[in-house]
Design a protein around this ligand. Structure first.
Ligand SMILES: [Zn+2]
Length: 264
């Protein structure tokens, strides 16, 4: 899928988690619901950091371009050193390491640890990164034609005001994990979710996605998971923009209504 569909699916998935959390008696205060949806929508662009032309690789200027080069090389090395006998050696790491469940968990755990141990500035940086990505993903064309500086400013002001809301008592810094010093531990959850939803979105396109690595499936460690061939589509196809994107909006809206308990 393309950026906007990935981002919408990430946001919808978090709103769905919000509905489930409400049903399980851990209702999200609205800043957690909104902030988590935006973080997840931004995180849903992150796995493509292994691809030069991807939005995330261009979103932070030379910093993200450099990181993209490193991630691409790392992915290629991990692919080639763990591939099964039937799997061809490849150059370039696109859709390998960053498109797996261990990578999603690693990212989420890393950001959670940074949020818990790094204090307020770490939280602000995490929010900033994901707000910029959310703007790039959800506003897409509008973000493309405007300057990077404007997008960064919008990301920074969103991160700042979101952190301000979350910090108020009862507003969600301690959602789900209420212990002393566990504030913002939950920040890793929408990050894991966004990455997984991205992988599922890629899995339903023609090339599939090796989500389950390193679990071996029919002799392949990098088995491209996906539905039967006839259910797959080309990235950017009409199914994506005319069917899936509206569907994500409807599901996300329904999730938000339940999560906030609007219906009583
Ligand atoms: Zn991808």
């Amino acid at each position: 899928m393309m950026g906007p569909a990935h981002s919408l699916s990430g946001a919808a998935a978090w709103l769905g988690v919000g509905a489930a959390a409400a049903a399980l008696d851990h209702p999200m205060p609205w800043p957690v619901l909104l902030g988590g949806a935006l973080i997840s929508s931004g995180a849903a662009l992150a796995p493509d950091l292994d691809h030069k032309a991807a939005t995330i690789s261009r979103a932070f200027g030379p910093f993200s371009r450099g990181l993209c080069g490193v991630i691409d090389k790392l992915s290629e090395a991990v692919y080639n050193s763990t591939r099964g006998q039937g799997e061809r050696r490849r150059s370039g790491g696109h859709r390998t390491l960053t498109h797996t469940w261990p990578w999603a968990l690693f990212l989420g755990a890393g950001f959670s640890a940074a949020a818990v141990f790094g204090g307020r500035w770490a939280v602000l940086v995490i929010l900033f990164i994901h707000m910029v990505l959310a703007v790039e993903g959800l506003l897409w064309r509008a973000a493309r034609v405007s300057s990077d500086i404007l997008v960064w400013l919008l990301g920074a002001t969103s991160a700042w005001s979101l952190a301000g809301e979350l910090d108020r008592p009862g507003n969600g810094a301690d959602w789900l994990f209420g212990g002393q010093g566990m504030e913002y531990l939950w920040l890793g959850l929408p990050i894991v979710l966004g990455a997984l939803v991205h992988n599922i979105g890629d899995a339903i396109t023609i090339s599939g996605c090796p989500i389950l690595w390193p679990v071996k499936i029919s002799g392949k460690r990098w088995y491209p998971l996906g539905p039967p061939e006839f259910m797959r589509f080309r990235a950017g196809a009409w199914v994506e923009t005319r069917v899936l994107m509206p569907l994500f909006m409807v599901l996300g809206g329904a999730g938000a209504v339940f999560a906030l308990g609007v219906l009583g």
